[in-house]
Structures are given as structure tokens and as C-alpha cells.
Design a binder for this molecule. Structure first.
Ligand SMILES: NC(=O)c1ccc[n+]([C@@H]2O[C@H](COP(=O)([O-])OP(=O)(O)OC[C@H]3O[C@@H](n4cnc5c(N)ncnc54)[C@H](OP(=O)(O)O)[C@@H]3O)[C@@H](O)[C@H]2O)c1
Length: 343
């Protein structure tokens, strides 16, 4: 299948290309950039030297739609709204890595992304690409809104407990999530500048991160009950990874045995790995795995869930490729089955 990557020079676009080198059923036929049109791909992404013979081109929808059957869009939020629509209208399959089609409510989109969505009626039809949860819908769709990195790290451990109906929804759920700095994209800022970041760690956007409405939307959809969350993200002085800790208020006491049984819903999921000790960013770096552990507490009224993902892989480009595999009816792990880096 012929594939294009729009926003190929960014962190997630580059990661789609890195992973696709190993994909047996895909040929990358177009890569776009805003600032480097006409340059060889490897001039911006030197780690891909020798892998693709491609020149960066401008985002010309008609030209790209003529060459490619499926398009990955890896643009900043608000910039993907129109390209997604135009590719869909040209009969193409699209996987959008931005947040532009994740929220089902246009009111929430405007509130959190500061601009009115130009296709509000369309939003409810879009499939949210949390693969392990929405696989059947993904199989039948042409547009996937690929989930955010924090939502992926939070929702995957929570899903089994939502399905089981054991969460006390009268209380707020607490999510604490620490992210590597590539989560902020490739554009530098004072917060992501090495001397400012190295050796420290701080929370940011406390209680007002853009991924909060996305997490709450999906908690309420899957759990079929409105759920409120206290979400605190932190910036870690590492490049990749999100370690998420969730404090889960329970309707009634849960033993360790019961927690283990609830997490068994994932026993046949290739990309979800159960851990008995704490998941570790080092063990998922560069891979599409999500490592999950659940712990009972002495009181039994709160469970502690911990997950680890690579924000650029399961939290973005890897999950996007997993979704492409599902859309095409291919083995879900094509191009993605390798474990991460060691050490
Ligand atoms: N980073 C993560 O961990 C992560 C995880 C999940 C989802 N996401 C989402 O994925 C999307 C991409 O994130 P990223 O981290 O890859 O961002 P990034 O590193 O900043 O890359 C942005 C890309 O967009 C291109 N671009 C910039 N302005 C453009 C314009 N006006 N028109 C067309 N292309 C333009 C850039 O090309 P040039 O620089 O070559 O011009 C670059 O290829 C974002 O919506 C982000 O929220 C990111």
C-alpha cells in the first residue's frame, strides 16, 4: 500500500518513518514539510539516511492524494482540521495524530484548542484510535483520530476497571503522569532547553492540560458514567516515555487477586504486558508495548495502577501504525513486534 506522511520532519512523523522501515506491506511515496521543501528527507532526519529515497514536498493535497492510499497526518493541532477533511473527501484513508478530531464535542474543542472546529457535525462520526478498546470500529473506518500520549498511558490501565464497573464515580480519580520531553514536539522552548531541564523535574499545566478533556471523554464513554479526574503532568529530563500512576477510588474493597483477575482482560493482547513490579520507561523505550501493573492497598478502597509507554510509539506513531494494520485487516503487529532498546 502506498502511504504518505504529512509533517514528516517532526518527532511523530519521523517516528512513523523509522517504524515503517520494517513494514512489509507499505511503500512510503510522499513526505511533507513546511520549512524544508525540496530538501532530501535525510537532511532533516539524518537517522533515516539510506532508508528512503524521498524529497520533502509541500502539502499539496491533490498531488499527494494522487500518489498515496493512506495518509498519516502529524501536524500541530488546528493545522490538521482542513487536510484531514480534504483527504477524506478525496476517498483516502487517514490517520490523524493531532488532537483535531479526538474530542467529540465542538464546544470542548473550542474551549481547549482556542478555535472553532470547522466540521463540528463530523466529530461524532470519527473513530477514536485506542486500538485495544475500539478495534472493531477501527476495522470499518476511513478516519482514525489517534489518541494523545497521556490519554493512551492513562486509559489502557483504566479500561479493564471501567468495564468491570468497580470504580467509585462519585469521587475524583487521580492521575499523575511523567513525560519525556519529546512529548512537546521538536520546536525548542525555554522549558525544553537541556540546561533548564536536566537534573530537575516539575509539574506543568496542573489541572488544565489539554489531554484532560480527552481522558474524561473516554472514561465517561467507556464507563457509561460521567467521571471527573485530577490530572497532573510532569516533564521528566528524559527524551522518551510516559510513566503514569493512577489512584483509583473503588466502590468496594478489591484484593490483589481480584485486581489481577480484572487485568486478565489483556491476556491475549500482544502490546499490553502485565508487570508484577513497577513498569519502567527503560523497558518500553522505542517499542509499541504498554506495560501495566495493578496494586491493592491496605485499605482496599483504592487501587494503584501504573503504566509505562513510549510517548512517540504506543503514545503516537506506533499506535498509528497498529491502527493502519487494523484498518487494512493485516496482522496488528506488522512492523511493530520488536521490543525496545536495551539497556
Ligand atoms: N510528540 C509526541 O509525543 C506526540 C504524541 C502524540 C501526539 N502528538 C501530536 O502529533 C502532532 C505532531 O507532533 P510532533 O511532536 O511530531 O510535532 P513537531 O515535532 O513539532 O512536528 C511538526 C511537523 O509539522 C510540520 N509543520 C509545521 N508547521 C506547518 C505548517 N504550517 N504546515 C504544514 N506543516 C507544518 C513540521 O515541518 P517542518 O518543521 O519541516 O516545516 C513538522 O514536520 C501534534 O498534533 C501532537 O500534539 C505528539
Amino acid at each position: 500500500m502506498k502511504v504518505a506522511v504529512v509533517g514528516a520532519t517532526g518527532y511523530t512523523g519521523g517516528e512513523v518513518l523509522r517504524l515503517m522501515v520494517h513494514h512489509p506491506k507499505v511503500e512510503v511515496v510522499a513526505v511533507t514539510s513546511k520549512h524544508s521543501v525540496g530538501e532530501p528527507l535525510a537532511s532533516r532526519l539524518p537517522f533515516l539516511k539510506g532508508q528512503y529515497n524521498l524529497t520533502l514536498e509541500a502539502l499539496d493535497i491533490k498531488k499527494i492524494a494522487k500518489k498515496a492510499d493512506l495518509i498519516f497526518i502529524a501536524l500541530a493541532h488546528t493545522q490538521a482540521i482542513d487536510p484531514v477533511q480534504r483527504f477524506i473527501n478525496s476517498g483516502k484513508k487517514v490517520i490523524d495524530l493531532s488532537a483535531d478530531y479526538r474530542l467529540r464535542s465542538p464546544t470542548l474543542y473550542k474551549k481547549w484548542y482556542g478555535t472553532a472546529h470547522r466540521y463540528p457535525a463530523f466529530l461524532k462520526k470519527v473513530v477514536y484510535g485506542l486500538t485495544e478498546v475500539y478495534r472493531n470500529k477501527i476495522r470499518r473506518c476511513d478516519l482514525v483520530a489517534n489518541p494523545g500520549c497521556y490519554p493512551t498511558g492513562s486509559l489502557l490501565p483504566l479500561y479493564p476497571f471501567l468495564k468491570e464497573g468497580v470504580i467509585d464515580t462519585s469521587q475524583e480519580l487521580i492521575i499523575d503522569a511523567k513525560s519525556g520531553v519529546s512529548g512537546a514536539g521538536s520546536k525548542p522552548s525555554s522549558k525544553t532547553h537541556f540546561p533548564e531541564l536536566s537534573g530537575g523535574m516539575a509539574a506543568y499545566n496542573i489541572g488544565r492540560h489539554r489531554h484532560l478533556p480527552e481522558i474524561e471523554q473516554e472514561l465517561s464513554r467507556i464507563g457509561k458514567k460521567k467521571m471527573k479526574t485530577l490530572f497532573t503532568p510532569y516533564l521528566l529530563p528524559v527524551n522518551r516515555g510516559i510513566l503514569t500512576t493512577i489512584y483509583l477510588p473503588l466502590k468496594k474493597k478489591l484484593s490483589q487477586k481480584k485486581i489481577d483477575a480484572i487485568l486478565n482482560i489483556y491476556q491475549d493482547e500482544f502490546f499490553i504486558r502485565r508487570r508484577e513490579d513497577s513498569p519502567d520507561l527503560a523497558h518500553v523505550r522505542g517499542s509499541n508495548f504498554c506495560d501495566i501493573a495493578g496494586f491493592a492497598t491496605d485499605s482496599g478502597r483504592t487501587a494503584i495502577l501504573i503504566s509505562a509507554i513510549d510517548n512517540l510509539v504506543k503514545g503516537a506513531s506506533g499506535q498509528a501504525i497498529q491502527n493502519m494494520n487494523v484498518m487494512m485487516g493485516w496482522d496488528e503487529s506488522l512492523g511493530l513486534s520488536a521490543p525496545g532498546l536495551f539497556p
